[in-house]
Design a protein around this ligand. Sequence first.
Ligand code: NAD
Length: 499
Amino acid sequence: MERYQLFIGGKFCDAVDGETRFTYNPATEEPIAEVPVGKKEDARRAIECARKAFDSGIWSNMSVRDRAKILYKVIERLKEKEQELATLEAMDAGATIRKTSMMDIPVGIEHFRLLVELAEKIPTYEPLPWIDFPYVSWNFVNREPIGVCAGIIPWNFPFMMTVWKVAPALVMGNTVVLKPASDTPLTALEFAKCAAEAGLPDGVLNVVIGSGSEVGEELCTNPMVDKVALTGSTETGRKVMKLCADTIKKVTLELGGKSPTIILEDADLDVAVDGALFGTFFHAGQVCESGTRCFVPSSIYDKFMEKMLERVKHIKVGDPLDYETTMGPVVSLAQYKTVTGYIELGKQEGARLLCGGKRPDGFEKGYFIEPTIFDNVSNQMRIAQEEIFGPVLAVIRYDDVDEAVRMANDSIYGLGGAVFSKDIPKAIEIAKRIRTGTVWINDYHLINALAPFGGYKQSGVGRELGPHGLLEYTQIKHIHVDLVMDRSKKFWYDYIFND
Ligand code: NAD
């Protein structure tokens, strides 16, 4: 069994007290690797290394083009290990190999490349309007890195989230301390190996595994950290924002969701039914932007639901390492208990269980849950308001589109959503009325690395990806150059002189 180490200051090392734990394959419940359990002191060491690397200018003073040259080497190294990473991700996170080998790893690497390429096009110099009265001056804005950035990530897309935190921060000239989720740290540590092999200068990237209360809180409170970027639950987001307040850190938060899928009467049924199922059951529903509330018009309700209950049978639950499997287990026993708890709650609240709701027959081990669909759901029920983060869909019937939009927006969250209709102008009108950061029309989940991703309301603060996401890793400085060198013309100096 492989034994992993923390990555601090360019070196692989154990936790300060030598403590280790196992990570488990959620499909078999068997241990797959031994990893260190980092402590506050490990986080402090990593922060010091990141600070020193940043302040030395070895990375921050390099041109974007030179940084990109090194990052392209990291990308090359990741590409060479693509299949190995896909298998590791499937074992660590319970994600299907079908998904990790077609999406998580290759698309994650592609996001890395696109973000680096995009950064090369972002000007660091922005001219300001010429001002020649009462003085002649040249004013411009210089875009600069923020400093030491902490990335704190969840367990659902460990590799992709590593890329989303590390790539934009590094290419814009920051140094990074990354804290993966304790349940799924392996591909982030493999990422660190690739960075070291590619020649990333020491201390520019550091990876510390450990709990939120130890490593996470140190990252949020240590004055040497300038920015914290968290992807996690809304509850953790609230804590992180409070912890960061004392040292006024910049924060970006990508948090939970309870996103709506609105089906219109004229939707193409094949696209809409499969789209709604894909929106919910992709990665067993453990996706922040999942479309877990599906609004279906009464006029097509029976036809739609009949088709949905037929199509859901084609989702094949099983061993994530089998290419035939399309849905794996949920990530851990804790998550299994949360999801099955919500299924019980849905029944108690009076929703009708149409399918699923239990461990599939023949599975004695592993945290497997059948694709579960409830209807007769009211938008006020807890299963329609709270993020379940598992394979559970709540179907809500509606009579009037305005009512559907009102219910879609009646949520503390605002991350994603979809509209299914053949009438594109109408779908765009509805998309504009949905108060979320992303709305897909006739599709779901397709993340574009060049488009901003993030949440309205309690789904987050700030954006990742695209130019907007890259700019979140910069700060702007106004530089004023006075072009008048004649003291007698600088009359404003005389505000303080009387001679
Ligand atoms: P989580 O909030 O429990 O943990 C996320 C990370 O925060 C982990 O690394 C954890 O150790 C750390 N953490 C926990 N407490 C902390 C604290 N007090 N201080 C600092 N760090 C702390 O989330 P999870 O269960 O790992 O992931 C699932 C959640 O993530 C869901 O709510 C999901 O919607 C959300 N998510 C959001 C996005 C997005 O882009 N908006 C993407 C993926 C997941």
